[in-house]
Each structure stands twice: as structure tokens, then as C-alpha cells.
Design a protein around this ligand. Structure first.
Ligand SMILES: Cc1cc2nc3c(=O)[nH]c(=O)nc-3n(C[C@H](O)[C@H](O)[C@H](O)COP(=O)(O)OP(=O)(O)OC[C@H]3O[C@@H](n4cnc5c(N)ncnc54)[C@H](O)[C@@H]3O)c2cc1C
Length: 619
């Protein structure tokens, strides 16, 4: 059973982000992407919208209510997803950004991310299945043998089989190094896998004939910790050399979790090798043929980086649709009187007339647009790196990709925390009606809540930022950031009408710089705990400073266009909205980030120093 579509996107906004702000048109003229014309890209965007709103979106509510079940020992996804899965692959949405050499369209990631935003926003639980399958295919293509690529990656890409990433165990969550799943060589190049994994997205379902699990396991005798982990291909059903399916591979789904949200996505507890019959292959083949055991985390990281951006995009898609639904509701819900214009001829005004509702809507708008810019700018760097490589500028490409790594924790953590906040604000705009299942916003809030948790909790993202990315290459990533953002702020100071906002951005950059210096001091004076204790806040400050520049940049582009369009046109309102987003963010949100940076720099260690019993002796 499918219902009405609730997914809302504004194509004008997406076109602005792609073509006016991040200059997709220019990218499409580079050697790497010149096979796709600008008109093609606009058409793909529109078709993506049509698919998201007419095929994916109508399943969001019903799949949430049906959920995933184990029926007579078989794990089943909500039945309406079967048709969506088939159409999604038949229309080639999963292949949009894959290289032409693999049968893909070779489109820029920038275009791909806009389409993914829509698919994910339309039914985020559904979109996880193809997203994970494509992630698994990418790892096999990058590190597998040609035979593994032929046997597994191509079938994952066709949608014949599903795919997963299998790390978590009951005792090994954030600390993946505690994993105990074992791999024992069978002497024929294969391994016997035994162990229990939990929380595996897409871990068992009936959307595809087989599921290719990428499993982290420890080869007998390998060292403890993450460096002893290797990555294995472990299919649910054994696979014959011609790709036909053999018998069950002794991978048993022992449970599907009952969860707060993303109920369309099967979250499975999996038992590998209970009967001693589970066989896996090392990704890359046998050690005797050059495959390196103990390289599991490095290989998994390829999937994880993509997955971290993917989770950020999930957050963006859901937050954006939550905003537009709240906006539409605010235009029709009649309550109260306007403070100066009274009740009007309908007896009450639409709630969008109330200043406090406008505050919530503007906060949602600028945060959604800011997160979009944060993500699209990062993805644009990947495309630029690809374009540089196509022009044989590998060194510059490597540098750009390394720099992009600075933004991954922001994309994953800030966007997903913001998604929860925006979904919550959307519910607030609906009032009590938003709390009911009659409207989609309660589902947005439930679905969004997992995003800050999985794929490395947001706390772990912050540790990655301060513990690894800040110091990387002697601080060159944050150094480059400071130069680029500093140059932008300096130019902004000269811009008429933006001096106050430019001053705030300048202050924020100075405060950020002070924190980075203080962090070095704390690290070198035995106060690492102070850094770790404020890492999440630091990530928030860095994300807000990053976004401030992108929103201001969007506003300047909008100002230039505003001068060219007629004052009563729709475009004039659209561009005025872009300017309002930037002003609101720089006037209302960025100043709080400056204060936060100042607090971090004080090195307060109250939470770290408090005695354990001081939190309460009762628990
Ligand atoms: C719906 C769902 C889908 C999932 N899908 C997958 C999947 O497909 N594949 C997969 O392998 N896993 C999956 N997971 C697991 C998910 O990635 C983990 O839940 C997550 O990594 C956190 O591990 P944990 O739940 O054991 O929490 P813990 O690691 O116990 O963390 C609890 C808290 O402690 C904090 N913490 C832990 N260690 C540190 C530290 N060193 N410093 C500071 N703070 C710390 C965390 O940030 C968190 O706030 C999924 C989980 C869910 C709920």
C-alpha cells in the first residue's frame, strides 16, 4: 500500500546551488565532464525530482508503518519497496556518477549529490539500501581482484544483489578494534568466518536475491585492535564462479531491531558461521597473491568517507523537506491576530504572519541552505580533484582531496545535528498537529535522530577533527582554511551594506584561530582532556564559520542577479530570500559561534574534573 507523497523540494533552490553558486556549468566544460551538457544536467535534476516525488516519496509513510519483519524465518522489507528498488535500478539512478568505463553516466558528484538529496529526503529508509550496495561495490572495485569485481561489484551495481558494511558487534561499537569476529584460513584461499554482528543496515531483506556483506574480522593470530582487522566478502548465499547462486552461506539473521525511525530500513543482527559453514574471501584475494591482511580499516574507510557524506546528505534531504512542509503548513494554518494589522477577513491570520513563526522558518531556511552549501562545496572539491586528474595534475588533485577531508566531520556531524534541530523546529511550527502521525514531520524527527549516531557518532567525528584533521600535515588543512576564509572576509569588508556581517566573520575567524593555538598549548601541556571535552563545540564553530562564508557568497551572487531582474518578478523574491538567509545567519547565528569559540579558549575543564560521584551517587 502506498500513500501520498510528502517530499517537498524547491528545484529553483537546487538549480541556484548547482549552477549559480557552485558553477556546475563550468565544471561540465572540463575534460573530465564535457560529455555531459548543461541542459542534460538540468534535465537529470528535473527527472530526479519527478522520481523522488512520484516513485520514492509515496512509500515513505506506509513503509515506516509496515516496517521490516521476519516472516517464517525470512527477513522482509516493506513490500512496496520492491517496485521502487526495481525502478530505481532500471532507471539507472545508482549509476549517475559512476565512471562511463563501468557503465555509468560519469556525471559530477555535485549533480549526484543533488539527486541523492531528493531520493534520500523522499524516503530515507529506502534509500539506504542502494546507497550501501553502491558503497560495497565501490570498495570491491577499489581493492578487490578483477574476479571479485566481475562477480560481486557488477551485480551490486545492477541491483541484482544488496550490500552492507558490517563492523559493529555488541562489545565493539565506536571501538571497532574490540571486534572478535574470527577468520580462519581454509587453506584454499578462502576463510571460515565466525562471529556475531549487530545493527547491520540492509543486513537481511528480500529486495534482492543475495546480499554481499563486507565484514571486518580478525584472521587467527592477527594483532589486537584495529590494525589486526581484515575485510572479507561474505555473501548471504554462496556464489558459483558463473555468478549463479549456491546454497546458504550460514549467515543467519537472528533479529531485526525495533527502532525509533528509519523503519523501512532493515537493521539486522547477523550470526556468521553458527554451523561452521560460513565462507568469506579476503577483499583483494589471498595473501599469497599479494592481498594484505590487516588492511581492513583502510579499505573500509573508502566506504566510510563516502558513507559519512551520504549520512550528511540524508540529514540535508530530511531537513529540507521538513522545512518546506512546515512552510506550506504555516501559509494555511489560521491562528491569532497580527500585532498591527489585526485578524483580517478570515477571522485569524495564517501563522506565517507571526514574528515567532517567521523566526523559526528563517532559522530552518538558512540552516538548510547553509548545510547544502557545506556539502555541495565539499563534493565540488571531489569533482575538481577528478577534473585535475583528468588533466594529469595528480599532485594538485591529491592536495585538494586531502583538504576536503577537513570538511568530512562537519558534513557528517553538523548537518545531522542540524537535521534533528530543523525537524524539531518543523514540528514546533505545526504545533500539536505536528506531534501526530497525520503529518510527516514526526517521522522526519524520528528518522533524523539516528543520523548523529551511526557512521561514527558525532562525538567521534569531533575527535577525528581535533585529533587528526587539525594537526594533519603540520596544520596545513586548517591553515589553508584560514587563508581562504580570511581572504573572503577581507574582501567582504569592502562590500557596501555588509560591513557589520564582515566584522562578525572576521571576529569568528580570529576566535577560531585563538582556539587552534590554545588547542596546541593544551595538547602539549598535558591537558588533552580539555581539547577532547570541547571538540564537539569546536566542530560546531568551524561548521558555522564555514557556512557563513558560503551563505554570504550566495547572497553576493543573488545581489548581482537581483540588479538584473524586474522588481516584481518571482526571481526577485527568490534572490531576496537568499540575501535574507545570509543576513539572518551572520546576524543571529554566527555571533553565538564567536562566543562559543571564546568559551572554548578559556579551557574550562569542569565536566572533566568533576568527581564521578558528583554526577549523582544514585546511579
Ligand atoms: C539504526 C542503526 C543502523 C546502523 N547501521 C550500521 C551498519 O550498517 N553497520 C555497522 O557496522 N554498524 C551500524 N550501526 C552501528 C552504529 O554505527 C553504532 O551504533 C555507532 O557506531 C555507535 O556505537 P555504539 O552504539 O556501540 O555506541 P558506543 O560506542 O557505546 O558509544 C556510546 C556513547 O559514547 C561515546 N563514545 C564512545 N567512545 C568514545 C570515545 N573514545 N570518546 C568519546 N566518546 C566516546 C559515543 O560518542 C556515544 O555517545 C547502526 C546503528 C543503528 C542504531
Amino acid at each position: 500500500m502506498t500513500e501520498m507523497n510528502h517530499y517537498k523540494a524547491d528545484l529553483r533552490e537546487l538549480e541556484f546551488a548547482l549552477f549559480e553558486q557552485f558553477e556546475l556549468g563550468k565544471l561540465l566544460k572540463t575534460n573530465a565532464f564535457k560529455h555531459i551538457g548543461e541542459e542534460d544536467a538540468r534535465l537529470i535534476l528535473k527527472e530526479g525530482y519527478t522520481f523522488a516525488t512520484s516513485v520514492v516519496g509515496p512509500t515513505m509513510v506506509s513503509a515506516d508503518r509496515t516496517g521490516c519483519v521476519i516472516d517464517k524465518g525470512l527477513a522482509k522489507a516493506p513490500p512496496e519497496l520492491r517496485e521502487v528498488w526495481k525502478k530505481y535500478y532500471a532507471d539507472g539512478w545508482n549509476m549517475l556518477t559512476q565512471p562511463e568505463s563501468n557503465g555509468g553516466q560519469g556525471a559530477p558528484q555535485l549533480l549526484g549529490v543533488a539527486v541523492t538529496e531528493m531520493m534520500s529526503g523522499a524516503n530515507t529508509g529506502f534509500h539506504m539500501y542502494p546507497g550501501l550496495a553502491m558503497g560495497a561495490a565501490a570498495v570491491i572495485r577499489a581493492f578487490g581482484t578483477p574476479a571479485q569485481t566481475e562477480l560481486y561489484a557488477t551485480r551490486l551495481e545492477k541491483g541484482d544483489w544488496g550490500g552492507t558494511m558490517v563492523l559493529t558487534e555488541p562489545q565493539a561499537g565506536s571501538d571497532v578494534g574490540l571486534s572478535t569476529t574470527k577468520a580462519v584460513s581454509r587453506g584454499d584461499g578462502n576463510y571460515s568466518i565466525t562471529g556475531s554482528k549487530i545493527f547491520i543496515s540492509g543486513g537481511d531483506h528480500d529486495l534482492a536475491a543475495n546480499i554481499v556483506h563486507l565484514v571486518l574480522a580478525r584472521i587467527e593470530g592477527a594483532p589486537k585492535g584495529t590494525r589486526g582487522l581484515s575485510l572479507f566478502i561474505v555473501p548471504k548465499m554462496r556464489v558459483n564462479p558463473d555468478g549463479s547462486l549456491g546454497p546458504s552461506n550460514d549467515v543467519v539473521c537472528t533479529k531485526l531491531e525495533h527502532k525509533l525511525g528509519i523503519n523501512a530500513s532493515a537493521t539486522a543482527a547477523l550470526s556468521f558461521g553458527e554451523s561452521g559453514q560460513c565462507i568469506g574471501q579476503l577483499v583483494g584475494g589471498e595473501p599469497s597473491k599479494g592481498a594484505e591482511p590487516g588492511e581492513g580499516m583502510r579499505k573500509m574507510f573508502l566506504m566510510m568517507n563516502g558513507a559519512r557524506i551520504g549520512v550528511g546528505v540524508q540529514g540535508l534531504g530530511v531537513a529540507s523537506s521538513a522545512y518546506f512542509n512546515a512552510l506550506a503548513y504555516a501559509r494555511t494554518r489560521l491562528q491569532g491576530a497580527h500585532p498591527t494589522k489585526g485578524r483580517g477577513d478570515k477571522g485569524a491570520v495564517p501563522i506565517i504572519a507571526h514574528a515567532d513563526v517567521r523566526r523559526m522558518l528563517m532559522e530552518m531556511k538558512c540552516l538548510v541552505e547553509g548545510c547544502r552549501a557545506l556539502i555541495y562545496s565539499a563534493v565540488r572539491m571531489l569533482d575538481d580533484a577528478h577534473a585535475l586528474r583528468a588533466d594529469r595534475k595528480a599532485k594538485e588533485a591529491d592536495e585538494l582531496e586531502e583538504y576536503m577531508g577537513l570538511f568530512i566531520p562537519l558534513v557528517k556531524a553538523f548537518t545531522t545535528d542540524t537535521a534533528v534541530h530543523v525537524a524539531s523546529l518543523a514540528m514546533q511550527v505545526y504545533g500539536g498537529h505536528g506531534y501526530l502521525k497525520d503529518h510527516p514531520v514526526e517521522q522526519y524527527l524520528r528518522d533524523a535522530r539516528i543520523f548523529p549516531i551511526y557512521e561514527g557518532t558525532n562525538g567521534i567525528q569531533a575527535l577525528d577533527l581535533v585529533g587528526r584533521k587539525l594537526g594533519q600535515g603540520g596544520g596545513k588543512l586548517i591553515g589553508r582554511f584560514g587563508q581562504e576564509w580570511g581572504a573572503f572576509a577581507a574582501a567582504m569588508k569592502e562590500r557596501k551594506g555588509w560591513q557589520a556581517e564582515a566584522a562578525t566573520l572576521g571576529k569568528a575567524l580570529a576566535a577560531l584561530n585563538t582556539v587552534v593555538g590554545k588547542y596546541l598549548e593544551f595538547f602539549t601541556t598535558g591537558k588533552a582532556d580539555v581539547v577532547l571535552g570541547s571538540a564537539t563545540r569546536f566542530l560546531e564553530v568551524l561548521a558555522k564559520v564555514t557556512i557563513a562564508r558560503h551563505l554570504a557568497d550566495a547572497a553576493f551572487k543573488a545581489e548581482a542577479q537581483l540588479a538584473k531582474v524586474s522588481a516584481d518578478s518571482q526571481d526577485a523574491q527568490f534572490y531576496a530570500g537568499k540575501i535574507a538567509s545570509a543576513r539572518y545567519f551572520l546576524r543571529n547565528i554566527l555571533p553565538a559561534a564567536v562566543t562559543l569559540a571564546e568559551i572554548i579558549a578559556t579551557g574550562d575543564s569542569t565536566a572533566v574534573d568533576a568527581p564521578d560521584g558528583g554526577f549523582s551517587l544514585a546511579f
